[in-house]
Design a binder for this molecule. Structure first.
Ligand code: NAP
Ligand code: ZN
Length: 347
């Protein structure tokens, strides 16, 4: 496979530069595809800035990847040239352990991250801020025809990360679901929760995104900056999906859970968050974490989004704008996901 262009960062405080990287030729069960768009997830930023521990530099992030197949290996059965495909947060696993057999490949001890990992070839994996990709067919997703590639790309992480716990904890008719933080993950959580039939409530820091929250499907919108306004919500939510990327005060949020309510943390702040266990004991409340989703569930989520007309609200940017976009995501200025147009990478 020819060399391809990528955007890479060299250090936690560096800026994105444009090197050439080599992708392997597709093996017998692999596909190659031209990347059309890659979303910028806040996890890319945590990783690139070594906020979760030292990253492997040079780092090419990107795990919300959508494109079109250009070549298939001799034994590929699931895809053909011209198919629209996506890749999410991992590109390989053993395929044979309990987690893989349960469709939870993300927990396989041999799972390989789309970037910041070491691939089976012993080389660092190179993510989606690039022009082409090669992946085993079993780790690629089919993007339904009704979804545009730019608005489908963020579903590969933001979509599955919110769909999976919403399904697992029974979001649906008769349930009240709170979504904390209206960013990339949050705006997908609101759409999916509402489409599942749950009464969906946004809890943001301010009221500034209320109109968007309601357009996305929320029936109510609250701001943590005005704690008194949260009073009517106390003891009322069956499920909270928290997407906050930074340290936060959990206690006022746990107080919103009804008896047996579950607070699911999908945001991954770089530092530990204190928990007042009295709040949990008081009403049999629970705290849980949730990590992306397996391949079959990711395909189910894509099909669900297509069926219900859901997709990410995106702002398309060029490769040259990645540094600025990172700062804007951290400042919560993005509405609601930046996606890099891979056609700009060679410009
Ligand atoms: P994002 O677009 O930046 O959204 C995060 C939202 O959190 C912001 O829009 C903001 O919402 C709120 N927020 C930010 N700083 C805050 C603060 N200091 N206090 C309170 N609220 C704050 O990020 P994202 O891409 O959705 O990712 C969110 C988090 O999920 C990140 O930590 C990311 O690494 C993690 N993540 C986890 C998984 C997983 O598998 N569990 C997968 C993907 C991402 P408001 O402006 O509405 O308050
Ligand atoms: Zn992500």
């Amino acid at each position: 496979m020819p060399d391809v262009t990528a955007y890479a960062i060299d250090s936690p405080t560096g800026s994105f530069e444009r090197p050439t990287v080599t992708r392997r030729d597709p093996g017998p069960t692999e596909i190659a595809f031209d990347i059309a768009y890659a979303g910028i997830c806040h996890s890319d930023i945590h990783t690139a800035r070594s906020e979760w521990g030292p990253a492997r530099y040079p780092l090419v992030p990107g795990h919300e990847i959508a494109g079109v197949v250009t070549a298939v290996g001799s034994d590929v059965t699931r895809f053909a040239v011209g198919d629209r495909v996506g890749v999410g947060c991992f590109v390989d696993s053993c395929g044979d352990c309990d987690d893989c057999n349960a469709g939870q490949e993300q927990f396989c001890s041999q799972s390989i991250g789309t970037y910041n990992s070491i691939g089976r070839d012993g080389k660092p994996t190179v993510g989606g801020y690039s022009t082409a990709f090669v992946v085993e067919q079993d780790y690629a997703l089919r993007i339904p025809d009704s979804l545009s590639l730019e608005s489908a790309a963020p579903l590969l992480c933001a979509g599955i990360t919110t769909y999976s716990p919403l399904k697992r904890y029974g979001a649906g008719p008769g349930k009240r679901v709170g979504v904390v933080g209206l960013g990339g993950l949050g705006h997908m959580a609101v759409q999916i929760s509402a489409a599942l039939g749950a009464e969906t409530i946004v809890i943001s820091r301010t009221m500034s995104k209320e109109a968007d929250g309601r357009k996305l499907g929320a029936s109510a919108y609250y701001a943590t900056s005005d704690p008194a306004s949260l009073k009517p919500l106390r003891n009322s939510l069956d499920l909270i999906i928290c997407t906050v990327s930074d340290n936060l005060d959990l206690d006022p949020l746990l107080a919103l859970l009804a008896t047996d309510g579950v607070f699911v943390m999908v945001g991954l702040p770089p530092t530990p968050v204190p928990v007042n266990f009295g709040r949990l004991i008081n009403r049999n409340r629970a705290i849980a974490g949730s990590n992306i989703g397996g391949i079959a569930e990711t395909q189910e989520m894509l099909d669900f989004c297509a069926e219900h007309g859901l997709s990410a609200w995106v702002e398309v940017i060029s490769g040259q704008e990645i540094d600025r976009a990172y700062d804007d995501v951290v400042a919560s200025k993005v509405r609601y996901r930046y996606v890099i147009d891979a056609a700009t990478l060679d410009a």
